[in-house]
Design a protein around this ligand. Structure first.
Ligand SMILES: O=C[C@H](O)COP(=O)(O)O
Length: 229
């Protein structure tokens, strides 16, 4: 299980370097808020051999806009391009997933496309994570992800229990996909996450000391890494 940590600045990225994946985002613009291309470029430089991920926003149904954002993130140096689906409807989700995957993979077949749905989809009226796996696999994307859409401190475990999350991981594995789980995860959740066994867990608040609007602390990233071995 790899640890993905989401810094919002170059300084925070420096504190995140012991994580497995450095995920550039702008939390002030949403759960999967996109940061500036020059921030991705700078973080890519300091990340060395560590893979860099970039969130490209909690997208409405705008396949062209999402595809261009994904293309921009790939060109800025992101190895993982992470796309949130903040709308409902299987056909519409298929359009966006195909568009972003094509935008990245035509030029960068080695890069990973991560498609995220939200554990709190019911309160937001957006697509269920269970509905995206097949679409992600059919499009040739790589990772199906769950995050929380509304960052009000309620964790993914408040909306989906261990059994549901395990089913999601298994569904993805059967389709040849990796799974990433995130959403206000806490140190206390790590044992359950080890049992669920996704390929990636994504955190920010946990390594900011509980408040995702605070700053990432190097010792908490190291603590999380130690707890995962
Ligand atoms: O990709 C993961 C997210 O940044 C998780 O953020 P969070 O742990 O504050 O919910």
């Amino acid at each position: 299980m790899q640890l993905l940590v989401s810094p919002s600045s170059i300084e925070e990225a420096r504190s995140s370097l012991s994580a497995d994946i450095i995920d550039v985002k702008k939390p002030s613009e949403g759960s999967l808020g996109a940061n500036f291309p020059w921030v991705i470029q700078e973080i890519k430089k300091i990340a060395g051999k560590k893979p860099v991920s970039a969130a490209i926003g909690d997208n409405e149904y705008k396949p062209g806009t999402a595809a261009l954002s994904a293309y921009g993130a790939a060109h800025a140096g992101a190895d993982f391009i992470k796309v949130g689906l903040m709308f409902d409807g299987t056909d519409r989700a298929r359009d966006v997933i195909e568009a972003v995957t094509t935008a990245v993979k035509r030029e960068f077949p080695e890069k990973y496309v991560v498609i995220a749905a939200y554990s709190d989809f019911q309160r937001m009226g957006t697509i269920s994570p269970f509905a995206i796996s097949r679409l992600v696999a059919d499009a040739g994307a790589d990772v199906a992800m769950i995050d929380t859409g509304i960052k009000d401190g309620k964790s993914t475990f408040a909306f989906m229990d261990e059994e549901a999350l395990t089913r999601f991981v298994e569904q993805n594995r059967d389709l040849g996909l990796q799974t990433a789980l995130a959403g206000s995860l806490k140190f206390e959740d790590l044992d359950a996450l080890k049992r669920i066994n996704p390929e990636i867990i994504g955190v920010r608040g946990m390594v900011c000391g509980g408040d995702r609007t605070a700053t990432i602390r190097i010792e908490l990233v190291e603590k999380a890494m130690k707890m995962l071995v």
